[in-house]
Design a protein around this ligand. Structure first.
Ligand code: GAP
Length: 517
């Protein structure tokens, strides 16, 4: 199945099974804003717990906070967001559609990559086992030609970004004959900068209301609380402050479902270190974070680092962790070495000292910062796209059938087990309920007695429930049940008393955390 179709199916599945709904749907929706349904919120909460506990439980020098969304407007002046939190926009005059100029150019480069991959794929089929991919990539004229074209664009693009040269961005689009996917024309406007922050007013207009911003990142709430936490928690550098919370950006090109939203959630951690030690810590946090992703078992090859072409004005190193979504490798998390930029700026704009006295060095300094910043929603999307599977299975009558199954990491699955009495009589529902009563304090359980057992299994597969427990007549006699495993569909007869142990072994965060230590 084409990846585009997989993505469409995934979006439809998210809606049909109560994971994600379009916001304000009955009023025809609100662009790039989404609501999480009954299963979506469980998955999201599990992702957040995995992140939070891995930060604050596994690192004794990382603590959490929860700062307000509204903050003093000068914070955003100091951080540079008022002046520089912009996207370069370009409009197509015929379709009147608006695009991000940088995204159009990135997509253009991705097309050359796709052409190269296609050549490689064709050659691999032609040559079979004797195919030497590395040599092919180095010598094939068509591959080399496409690579050269991409490199030329890449070099111009990086220079244009670094020089903030909007005319050159437009020229790259014109020179490469990029067309609008809607109108099919090359009739482009100039490129303009557009600030992404939402603003609102605090206080009544009669009193002279203050213009304030909805935070576009949670990080600034951490920076302005740096000394509060350091002093009250008697924290010694190096130490980190973690936070999970909503952020808002007036994204112009909001596409790809929950990948780019106007209201989203971030999990950010700022790690404060001594000046000069930041690049060493940057490398350490890169390794910690990629391990966190890979421990979920979605496939190591699905992740890669992508170093930034253009460093933000405050950073001296930056990389993204990308995940292979159905629409290509995309950023899920950013790791940035933010120098002392933010604390210095807040020190300057607030007039309050934000320095740390280092007893070991016997000196005061403004700490340097390593940031790890991951979007909850993007993480959610990466997990869902990795988990979504359509499989051919043999039906009851031997006919082949398709099952849709979410192979979610069991630890993140919204429902951990479903308890299914084979029939609605003979004491089976009562036994099923008593099993749930026993397990519900530890696991999210579901009871289902409607329809055939096959249909009930399919329903649980579709929401990613790792275990189905079937109660039959034998269960009432010998206190055993069958446990059916989602991924293999294998079934096993086990004692009711063993259920808790079997399930917790597979769904406990503790087991996952052991992989991180
Ligand atoms: N404090 C640094 C910061 O905000 P960022 O790269 O702009 O850096 C960090 O954002 C992460 O937040 C991204 O890697 C992504 O996962 C998530 N994110 C950013 N913009 C988003 C959007 N419009 N919709 C969903 N997630 C977004």
């Amino acid at each position: 199945m084409a990846q585009e179709d997989v993505f469409k199916k995934l979006v439809a599945h998210c809606k049909e099974y109560g994971f994600v709904f379009q916001s304000s749907e009955i009023y025809d929706g609100l662009g790039a804003v989404y609501d999480y349904g009954q299963y979506g919120v469980e998955l999201k909460n599990n992702i957040k717990k995995y992140w939070w506990d891995s930060m604050v439980l596994l690192h004794e020098n990382v603590v959490g906070i929860d700062s307000a969304i509204f903050m003093h407007p000068t914070i955003w002046k100091a951080s540079g967001h008022v002046d520089a939190f912009n996207d370069p926009l370009i409009d197509n005059k015929d379709s009147k559609k608006r695009y991000r100029a940088d995204v159009l150019i990135e997509e253009l480069m991705a097309k050359y990559d796709a052409k190269i991959d296609k050549e490689v794929e064709k050659a691999a089929k032609r040559f079979g086992d004797s195919f030497n991919e590395a040599m092919f990539r180095e010598t094939n004229p068509r591959v080399l030609e496409n690579l050269k074209k991409k490199e030329e664009i890449h070099q111009r693009f990086v220079k244009a970004l670094n020089d903030s040269n909007l005319e050159e961005l437009r020229q790259i689009i014109i020179d490469n004959e990029v067309v609008c996917p809607i109108s099919g024309t090359k009739n482009w406007t100039d490129v303009r900068q557009f600030n992404l922050m939402f603003s609102t007013e605090m206080g009544s207009t009669a009193d002279g209301a203050m213009k304030i911003f909805l935070r576009p990142e949670t990080a600034q709430g951490i920076f302005v609380n740096f000394l509060n936490v350091q002093k009250t928690g008697r924290m010694k550098i190096p130490f980190g402050i973690a936070q999970i919370g909503k952020a808002f950006r007036n994204e112009i090109v909001a596409r790809q479902f929950i990948f780019r939203m106007r209201e989203f959630e971030q999990m950010e951690m700022q790690f404060f270190v001594a000046p000069g030690e930041e690049l060493e810590w940057f490398e350490k946090w890169k390794q910690v974070r990629i391990k966190w992703h890979k421990a979920l078992g979605m496939g190591d090859h699905k992740y890669r680092f992508h170093d930034h072409d253009k460093l933000a004005h405050y950073a001296n190193a930056a990389t993204d962790i990308e995940y292979e979504m159905p629409f290509g490798f995309k950023e899920v998390e950013g790791i940035h070495s933010r120098t002392d930029f933010d604390l210095s700026q807040h020190q300057q704009h607030s007039g309050k000292k934000l320095m740390y006295f280092d007893p070991e060095k016997n000196e005061s300094y403004v700490p340097y910062v390593i940031e790890t910043s991951i979007g909850v929603d993007r993480m959610f999307l990466s997990i869902m796209s990795g988990a979504y599977c359509e499989e051919e299975v043999k039906g009851k009558d031997g006919e082949s059938d398709t099952r849709v199954v979410l192979k979610l990491p069991p630890v993140l699955a919204p429902v951990k087990l479903a308890v299914l009495p084979l029939v609605k009589k003979d004491g089976l529902p009562e036994l099923a309920r008593s099993i749930i009563d026993d397990l519900k304090f530890d696991f999210n359980c579901q009871y289902d007695e409607k329809d055939s057992i096959g249909k009930r299994y399919r329903r649980q597969d579709a929401i990613g429930t790792p275990f189905c427990i079937t109660i039959d007549h034998q269960s009432t006699q010998d206190n055993t049940v069958t446990i059916r495993y989602r991924d293999t569909m294998e079934q096993e007869r086990v004692k009711i008393g063993d259920l808790s142990g079997i399930i917790s072994q597979k769904v406990s965060m503790k087991e996952l955390f052991k992989k991180l230590s």
